[in-house]
Design a protein around this ligand. Structure first.
Ligand code: AMP
Ligand code: ZN
Length: 447
């Protein structure tokens, strides 16, 4: 397998560190309804896991759920997103987290994402967070201000390396809103103190005062506790490169003295009708919005995988309709396999797997599927590789239905078109469409 490694900015041959490939995916902040863009990353990382499995690797994968500490701004200012959600909904932040975790996990299942081996909630790792801050302090990487414990990025020599940051430029541009107590513009909070009078329902006593962990910290501690660094592959969106992942790398090194991850994969953002997804543009579509327009989660996954994770993808309902039609065409081909002996082209499945094993090029792999002949067993493998419910949504039809199809073939052969049309409509009412071929009609599910 080949993967593009953000750390080296190169396409690299994948070499696992041990027997089980350790993967960590930065998960959602559970404070509001996810929009379709939020599923992009998980679809591509699901493909990553499926591709590793198809190549014979064993995988242990951890996904975190951020239920505390993610501030509205990446710069350690603004409200905590969970507290904001709580104020909006008149609930406690714990209730907000509970609700949106359920929404996320329900939708993960609808998207046919393989369940992670560990789903870690940030609030279950607060003790580990405190221990990590203690270690960073012991190793001389932190300093305290009135509003928290900060990571001194000047103490970590390689801080700028991962994201190729221009630290001098950052420093020069950082005057506005820059806490005078922060030593460097790029320093970040590993722990925040709750100020007297400040409302913050989620709070833990540490260093003699109430507070809560900085957002970036949870990923370092969860990886330490569940996988152990270094891990093989760390994944996220490109927005995570300059701050979140850069800070995770710094913290893990400062606390535990290890490299965090060998490979780093980042997916690009999707736009909608050429614009970013935002409330003000009214394009914050959810999976439910797509369902109302007649598109299933599998249609959307088909759309996501028909492009490459590193490309900017522009979502339109026309292109979604195209993906839906393509999926239906694949299912019609599977239906045909139930009715005739279809023999795969030589190495057909291997070609599909080879395409996707080349830096998860699902776009290329889809083109291969379009161009080769696949028999039923190979379709099963293709379905497992992409997780598109192709087989589940295309069960073989009953003997009664076959009898109706043959009855209609006979009517057509006898040129009894009234009867043949009547039977066609009867089948269509059951969601079964027909394709007339010289060898008789073949059916497919028309939904
Ligand atoms: P948010 O809750 O808006 O911060 O989004 C959580 C994560 O979802 C982000 O860190 C991104 O990695 C990802 N994400 C958000 N919007 C998009 C998008 N339009 N396309 C792809 N990924 C996105
Ligand atoms: Zn993370």
């Amino acid at each position: 397998m080949k993967l593009y490694n953000t750390a080296s900015r190169k396409l690299e041959e994948f070499k696992p560190l041990g027997e089980v490939v350790k993967i960590y995916t930065c998960g959602p902040t559970v404070y509001s309804d996810p929009h379709i863009g939020n599923y992009a990353a998980y679809a591509y990382w699901d493909l990553l896991v499926r591709t590793l499995l198809a190549n014979g690797y064993a995988v242990k994968r951890v996904l975190n759920l951020t239920d505390v500490g993610h501030l509205v701004s990446d710069g350690d200012t603004g409200e905590d997103k969970l507290e904001k959600g709580a104020a909006r909904e008149g609930k406690s932040p714990y209730e907000v987290a509970e609700h949106y975790i359920k929404v996320y996990l329900d939708n993960y299942a609808k998207m046919e994402f393989l369940p992670a081996d560990v789903i870690a909630r940030a609030t279950d790792y607060i003790e580990a967070d405190m221990q990590a801050v203690d270690l960073m302090t012991e190793h001389g990487f932190t300093y305290e201000t009135r509003d928290g414990v900060y990571f001194d990025t000047s103490k970590f020599e390689k801080y700028a390396e991962f994201a190729r940051l221009d630290l001098e430029g950052l420093q020069a541009g950082a005057r506005v809103g820059f806490s005078s107590e922060k030593r460097n513009a790029s320093d970040f909070a590993v722990w925040k103190f709750i100020q007297p009078g400040e409302k913050h329902a989620m709070r833990w006593d540490y260093l003699g005062r109430p507070g809560y962990p900085g957002w970036h910290l949870e990923c370092s501690t969860i990886i330490h506790e569940t996988l152990g660094e270094p891990i093989d592959i760390h994944t996220g969106g490109i927005d995570h490169i300059p701050v979140h992942h850069t800070n995770e790398i710094a913290q893990s090194f400062a606390a535990y003295g290890h490299e965090l991850s060998r490979y780093w994969l980042h997916c690009d953002f999707i736009t909608i009708d050429g614009q970013k997804i935002s409330k003000s543009l009214g394009n914050v579509y959810t999976l439910e919005d797509l369902a109302e327009r007649g598109f299933s989660p599998m249609d959307y996954k088909m759309w996501l995988l028909s492009g490459h994770y590193q490309g900017t993808r522009n979502f339109t309902f026309e292109s979604l309709a195209g993906a839906q039609a393509r999926r239906l065409a694949w299912r019609a081909r599977i239906a045909e396999c139930y009715q005739r002996d279809v023999v795969s082209d030589t190495d057909a499945y291997d070609k599909v797997l080879a395409a996707v094993s080349n830096n998860l090029n699902s776009a290329e792999a889809f083109a291969v599927v379009d161009s080769v002949v696949l028999g039923l067993e190979d379709w099963r493998k293709v379905d497992e590789l992409f997780g598109l419910r192709l087989m589940a949504d295309t069960p073989d039809v009953s003997d009664d239905v076959y009898a109706l199809i043959r009855e209609r073939d006979t009517a057509r052969a006898e040129k009894d078109y009234a009867k043949s049309d009547e039977l066609r409509d009867k089948l269509l009412a059951q969601g079964i469409a027909l394709n007339d071929t010289p060898g008789g009609a073949v059916w497919y599910y028309n939904s």
